[in-house]
Design a protein around this ligand. Structure first.
Ligand code: COA
Length: 533
C-alpha cells in the first residue's frame, strides 16, 4: 500500500488565491441553499405552520433516525429559472430504522406544492436512484398536482412518475406514501401505486376530482371527506393501509412499515470495520482546485484527503500521465479511481482508462471519476494517431461498464471529456459538482472564436465585408452567455448533477453514496461493445 505525501503548501500565494475563489463560489451556493430552505417564503411558511402542519424538512427530520445523516439531492434545482430554487420538492437519502431510503417530500408552501418541470425532473431522478441502487422509496405527499400554467411540459412526461413507482414495486423495492394533504387527480396515483399507504386524518385529500369538478361532471354534490378523506380511504375504499391521527403519527407509522420490511443489503459490506481517516487536512480541499481554470492541479492531492488512510495504489503511473488511475478504499469500500491530472486526454490516457475500467469490472469494484478535463486532444497529429478511436475505446468502456460509477466534477468538464469521464449521460449512480466547477461543449472564448471564424468564412464566401466591431460585440455576448451557462449553479439548477457539494464534504458524501449503492449487488460487465483497435 502506498501512503501518499502532499505537496500542498498553505504559505504558497496560490493556496490563498484558490481558497478565496472557492469560498466565494461556496457563498453563492449557500445563498441559493438559503433560498431553497425558505420554501415559498415567510407568508406561506407561517400560514402552513398556523394550520398545524410541518414543513417538508421538518417531516424528513422526524422520519429519519435520530442523528442519522440526510444526503439531500439537487437542493438548488431550478436555480436561475422562472421557478423557485429547490423546485417545490425536497429529495434525498435518509436512514429510517437503519435502512437507507430515498425520500421525496413535496413543499406545500411553494405554489401549493404543485409540480413544475424541475420538480418533475427531481422527482424522477429520485425514482431512478431508488431503482438503480435498490433503495426503498418514501413519498411525503402534499401537492396541488400539476403546475397548471406549465402543464404542457409536465402532463405527458409526468405519467412516468406513476409508472416508475410500480416498476420499483415489481423490482422488489418497497414504495411507501404518507399523505399529509392534497393528492388530487394524477397525484392520487402516488398513494395509489405505492406498496404501503398512510393517510393523515382530516388532512389527506385523495381523489381523482375534487367537489367542484365532480359537480361539473356529474352534478353530484359532495364534500372532501366523503370523496377522499383519510378515514374514508382507511375504512371504506381501502386505499389507505394505515390511518394516522396526525402528522407525527403518520411519520411514526412510516418508520414502523420500514422496520417490518425485513430489508437486507445485497452488496458486500465495507472491508474494514474501522477505516482510517485520511492523513491530511480536508480544509485544504478548498485550496487545491485552481482559481484559474487553465492551471491544472494534481488530483492526488484530493485523493489523499478523501481515501482511507490517504492510501492509493496507482496503476500504470508512468503511462498516460494526464490521467491518474488506481485503487484505494473509501469508508472501507474498495474503489477504482480515474482522475484527470492535466486538462487534456490523449490516446495513451484513453487506452489506459479502457484497460482500467475493464479491470474494475473484472473485480466488481465501483469506480470513482474525478473530472477536470478540457476534452480529447485535437490537431492533425493526434487525429492521424487515432484520437477518435482511442477516445471511443474509453467511451465504450464507460458506457458498458456495469460496476457502479460515481462522478465528481472538481473543476472542468468540457467536450467529449465529459462523456469519457462519465458525465450525466453515462448514468453514474451519483454525480456531484464542486462549486467552482464548469461544464460546456467547450470554453466560452473558444466557442465565441469558433463562431467568429465560421461567420468570417461565410462572409468571405459570399464576397461580403466582415464587420470587426460587430464581431467583437458578438464574441463578448456569446462569451458571457456561455460563461453563465457553464457554472455549477446553472448546471445544478437544470439537474445535470445531483447537487453541488462543499469540497470538504467530498469524503462524507462519497461514503454515504457508496453505502447506499451497496444495497444492490455489485457486478462487473460480462462483455463490452466491439473495441475498435
Ligand atoms: N398550479 C399552479 N399554481 C397552483 C396550483 C397548481 N396546481 N395549486 C396551487 N397553486 C398556487 C395558488 O394559485 C396560490 O398562488 P397565490 O398565492 O400566488 O395566489 C398558491 O399556489 C397557494 O395556493 P393556495 O390555494 O392558497 O394554497 P392552499 O394550501 O390553501 O391549497 C391546494 C393548496 C393544492 C389544495 C389548492 O391550491 C388547490 O386545490 N390547487 C389546485 C389543485 C388541482 O386541482 N390541481 C390539478 C391537479 S392535476
Amino acid at each position: 500500500m502506498t501512503v501518499m505525501e502532499t505537496a500542498v503548501d498553505p504559505r504558497n500565494p496560490s493556496y490563498l488565491e484558490n481558497r478565496s475563489a472557492m469560498l466565494e463560489r461556496l457563498h453563492e451556493f449557500e445563498d441559493a441553499l438559503d433560498d431553497a430552505r425558505s420554501g415559498g417564503g415567510d407568508k406561506y411558511v407561517n400560514r402552513h405552520h398556523a394550520r398545524g402542519k410541518l414543513l417538508p424538512r421538518e417531516r424528513i427530520e422526524l422520519l429519519v433516525d435520530q442523528d442519522a445523516p440526510f444526503l439531500e439531492l439537487s437542493p438548488t434545482a431550478a436555480w436561475g429559472t422562472d421557478f423557485p430554487v429547490g423546485a417545490s420538492v425536497v429529495s434525498g437519502i435518509g436512514v429510517i430504522e437503519g435502512v437507507e431510503c430515498v425520500i421525496v417530500a413535496n413543499d406545500p408552501t411553494v405554489r401549493g406544492g404543485a409540480i413544475n418541470p424541475y420538480a418533475l425532473k427531481k422527482t424522477q431522478r429520485a425514482g431512478q436512484i431508488a431503482l438503480a441502487n435498490r433503495l426503498p422509496l418514501v413519498n411525503l405527499v402534499e401537492s396541488g398536482g400539476a403546475d397548471l400554467p406549465t402543464q404542457a411540459e409536465i402532463f405527458i412526461p409526468g405519467g412516468g412518475v406513476f409508472r416508475d413507482l410500480t416498476r420499483l414495486s415489481a423490482a422488489g423495492i418497497p414504495t411507501i406514501s404518507v399523505v399529509f394533504g392534497n393528492a388530487t387527480a394524477g397525484g392520487a396515483y402516488v398513494p395509489g401505486m405505492s406498496d404501503y399507504t398512510i393517510m393523515v386524518r382530516h388532512q389527506a385529500k385523495v381523489f381523482l376530482a375534487g367537489p367542484p369538478l365532480v359537480r361539473m361532471a356529474t352534478g353530484e354534490i359532495t364534500d372532501d371527506e366523503s370523496l377522499g378523506g383519510a378515514a374514508m380511504h382507511a375504512g371504506t375504499s381501502g386505499l389507505a393501509d394505515y390511518l394516522a391521527e396526525d402528522e407525527r403519527d403518520g411519520l411514526r407509522l412510516a418508520r414502523q412499515v420500514v422496520r417490518r420490511l425485513n430489508w437486507r443489503k445485497q452488496g458486500p459490506g465495507p472491508r474494514t470495520a474501522l477505516p482510517q481517516p485520511p492523513k491530511h487536512d480536508v480544509e485544504d480541499l478548498l485550496a487545491i482546485a485552481s482559481a484559474d481554470q487553465r492551471t491544472p492541479f494534481d488530483p492526488r492531492e484530493v485523493l489523499l484527503r478523501v481515501l482511507d488512510g490517504s492510501e492509493f495504489d496507482e496503476f500504470k503511473p508512468g503511462y498516460g500521465a494526464a490521467l491518474v488511475t488506481g485503487w484505494g478504499e473509501l469508508h472501507g469500500y474498495p474503489v477504482g479511481v480515474l482522475a484527470n491530472a492535466r486538462g487534456v486526454l490523449f490516446s495513451e490516457e484513453s487506452q489506459k482508462a479502457a484497460q482500467f475500467i475493464q479491470l474494475a469490472n473484472a473485480s466488481d469494484t465501483p469506480l470513482l471519476f474525478l473530472q477536470n478535463t478540457t476534452g480529447y486532444m485535437v490537431g492533425a497529429e493526434y487525429e492521424q494517431r487515432g484520437i477518435i478511436k482511442h477516445g471511443a475505446l474509453m467511451i465504450n468502456a464507460v458506457s458498458n461498464s456495469t460496476v457502479p460509477h460515481i462522478t465528481i466534477n472538481l473543476g472542468a468538464s468540457y467536450g467529449a471529456g465529459n462523456y469519457g469521464m462519465c458525465g450525466r449521460a453515462y448514468d453514474p449512480r451519483f454525480l456531484f459538482t464542486w462549486p467552482n466547477a464548469k461544464s460546456a461543449v467547450m470554453g466560452p472564448t473558444q466557442l465565441a472564436g469558433v463562431l467568429s471564424i465560421v461567420a468570417r468564412q461565410a462572409a468571405e464566401a459570399k464576397g461580403q465585408h466582415y464587420d470587426e466591431d460587430s464581431d467583437q460585440a458578438m464574441r463578448m455576448m456569446v462569451e458571457q452567455q456561455i460563461e453563465s451557462q457553464s457554472t455549477a449553479l446553472f448546471l445544478s439548477g437544470r439537474l445535470y448533477d445531483d447537487g453541488i457539494i462543499d469540497p470538504r464534504d467530498t469524503r462524507t458524501v462519497l461514503g454515504l453514496c457508496l453505502s447506499a449503492i451497496h444495497n444492490a449487488p455489485i457486478k462487473g460487465a460480462e462483455g463490452f461493445g466491439v473495441f475498435r483497435m
